[in-house]
Design a protein around this ligand. Structure first.
Ligand code: SAM
Length: 262
């Protein structure tokens, strides 16, 4: 028997209703390329593999792999990558230009960096369905003006549409986590609606803006924007960082680049 490991964020799903509901919202089809992060003992892997016949999984804990492989053997073709999802090259899985559908009941301790890592592969992914700590889903899906709205919301919403789907109580897992969970659907845009001329600059601007979220933009962005640059901008420097939409941040970054080039 496998003893769940805290350092790998192991909370195994056992509630059959929750698993079925999750599979229903994912709606896997045989023609699709499903990739699961952290398959564990296969709670989600088995019902998905039943539908698709083949899938890739990325699991860090090598002790789980024999259990998983044995359980999936009769169900379909499982390709196991024993690896750290945080360092995994997801684009290497794409075959015949068929983009990926990424799923997972993610280890909560690495979920934010993992989502940032996955954004680098947004062009190779059709959609993602994740079980996350409820508060992380709230931050991902938050709108401008909301107290949960911040760097994570902006960077994810720059690339993707985010929809919170349903909640899962701690009792659905073994061992139960100390937090509530929520399912989220994240769909990368085929064409990003507001394009930053220099993505690195945009990223840096958002990071700087939220480094002191209680201050005004003028204060937070002191190092990046002069009074002159503010005068030329249509954005009010007295606003606070959470009052700007993704489009506003893109515009601010693009305007700054333009004024630097003049
Ligand atoms: N999917 C299973 C389930 O729902 O029962 C397990 C979910 S458990 C919350 C998270 C899984 O991710 C564990 O199997 C754990 O070993 C694995 N894991 C933890 N860190 C990982 C990493 N950096 N890369 C890949 N898998 C990881």
């Amino acid at each position: 028997m496998h003893v769940p490991r805290k350092r790998f964020g192991q909370h195994f799903l056992h509630d059959k209703q929750v698993i079925q509901r999750l599979v229903n919202v994912i709606a896997p089809e045989p023609t699709q390329h499903l990739v699961e992060i952290g398959p564990g003992q296969g709670a989600l892997t088995l019902p998905v593999l039943e539908k698709t016949g083949a899938m890739d999984v990325i699991e860090l804990d090598r002790d789980l792999i024999p259990i998983l492989t044995e359980r999936c053997q009769a169900v379909g073709t499982l390709t196991v990558h024993q690896a750290d999802a945080l360092a995994f090259d997801f684009s290497a899985l794409v075959k015949n230009d068929l983009p990926l559908r990424v799923i997972g009941n993610l280890p909560y301790n690495i979920s934010t960096p993992l989502i940032f890592h996955l954004l680098e592969f947004a062009g190779s992914i059709i959609d993602m369905h994740f079980m996350l700590q409820k508060e992380v889903v709230d931050r991902l899906a938050a709108n401008c003006g909301n107290s949960d709205y911040g760097r994570l919301s902006i960077m994810v919403q720059y690339h993707c549409q985010v929809t919170a789907l349903f909640d899962v109580p701690p009792s659905a897992f073994h061992p139960p986590p100390k937090v509530d969970s929520r399912i989220v659907r994240i769909v990368p845009y085929q064409t990003v609606p507001h394009v930053a001329k220099d993505y690195g600059h945009f990223e840096g601007l958002v990071r700087q803006a939220f480094s002191q979220r209680r201050k005004t933009l003028r204060n937070c962005l002191k190092r990046l924007m002069t009074d002159d640059a503010w005068k030329k901008s249509s954005i009010d420097p007295k606003l606070r960082p959470e009052q700007l939409t993704v489009a506003d941040y893109v515009k601010l970054s693009n305007d700054l680049i333009e004024s630097d080039n003049q």
